[in-house]
Design a protein around this ligand. Structure first.
Ligand SMILES: NC(=O)c1ccc[n+]([C@@H]2O[C@H](COP(=O)([O-])OP(=O)(O)OC[C@H]3O[C@@H](n4cnc5c(N)ncnc54)[C@H](O)[C@@H]3O)[C@@H](O)[C@H]2O)c1
Length: 260
């Protein structure tokens, strides 16, 4: 793998999460953010001014064609992740892509194929909560058997997103552009942590619905699932002996709040 000593990064998408990427990269002296790209030039210009970055673009094609860009960080809406990542990989750039990798399984498969066709490039998603100290410690404790054999890992996320959150950012709340709301956007981190701590799900039983945002979003705002970890509960295991299995259950609910 050929990682240059000095890494030039371009950020594609200059919305809410982009500053976290810029500030993260700025911690590393060997990394320089050289370009900001957004369809909306005023957003790229604003961040360029704030962080002292010289170059902006309104086309990711232009950005990935720059010879001096080594890596792109994709911070756009979910449905644009795959086309941008594929273009970047095929232009020889390393890729850091915000979660979720894509809005659909087909989109993610296409990205994975592009990454496999370019084995010298690093392609990674962003699931940063794996690095939280508590999650690192918990994983180590499970791996080393300090907690015995876990029978149940349980998570619960109560959060709320207002109607305006969806109305002000039209790509949210739509199957085509977000690919799902609660599960794909907010709770993805918690589902990932359960999956990661338990060593991977073999099977999941789930339900989701839209409790508080009917007429505002197409997608789900509430969900619950029970997952069976492949390590403890292999495929075709009979459900009646479920108490002997490793389980992950997750209850996700928007905090019930009157929304005006
Ligand atoms: N890891 C985390 O904790 C975390 C937190 C927040 C958001 N995110 C993820 O970051 C991504 C962006 O979220 P956000 O809240 O910043 O969204 P946002 O809507 O605030 O910003 C997205 C930006 O991308 C731009 N954009 C869209 N398509 C583009 C294209 N083809 N070329 C260039 N620019 C384009 C839009 O103009 C917009 O400015 C999403 O995948 C989201 O799930 C991750």
């Amino acid at each position: 793998m050929n990682i240059p000593r000095q890494l030039n990064v371009a950020i594609i998408g200059c919305g809410v999460i982009a500053p976290a990427h810029i500030e993260g990269f700025q911690h590393f002296p060997s990394v320089k953010v050289v370009e900001l790209c957004d369809l909306d030039k005023s957003k790229a210009d604003a961040l360029a001014l704030r962080y002292g970055i010289d170059s902006v673009s309104t086309s990711y094609h232009t950005t990935v064609a720059r010879r001096d860009v080594d890596c792109v960080a994709i911070c756009t809406d979910h449905a644009s992740h795959a086309p941008i990542a594929i273009a970047a990989l095929n232009a020889g750039k390393h890729v850091l892509c915000e979660k979720p990798l894509g809005e659909s399984e087909q989109a993610v498969q296409a990205m994975v194929s592009a990454a496999q066709s370019n084995p010298d490039l690093v392609a990674s998603g962003v699931l940063q909560h794996r690095f939280d100290a508590v999650h690192q410690a918990l994983r180590l404790a499970i791996q080393e058997g300090l907690l015995g054999r876990p029978l149940l890992l349980q998570g619960r996320l109560l959060c709320y997103r207002s109607h305006d959150y969806y109305l002000n950012t039209p790509w949210r709340g739509k199957w085509a552009s977000e690919g799902g709301s609660l599960l794909m956007n907010q709770a993805i981190h918690f589902v990932d942590i359960l999956d990661w701590l338990g060593g991977g799900f073999s099977e999941i039983t789930a339900a989701y619905c839209n409790l508080l945002h009917q007429g505002i979003i197409e997608t789900e705002d509430s969900a619950g699932f029970t997952g069976y970890f492949k390590k403890w509960c292999p495929r075709f295991f009979h459900r009646n002996v479920i108490q002997q299995c490793g389980l992950g259950t997750f209850f996700l609910r928007r905090r019930l709040r009157r929304s005006g």
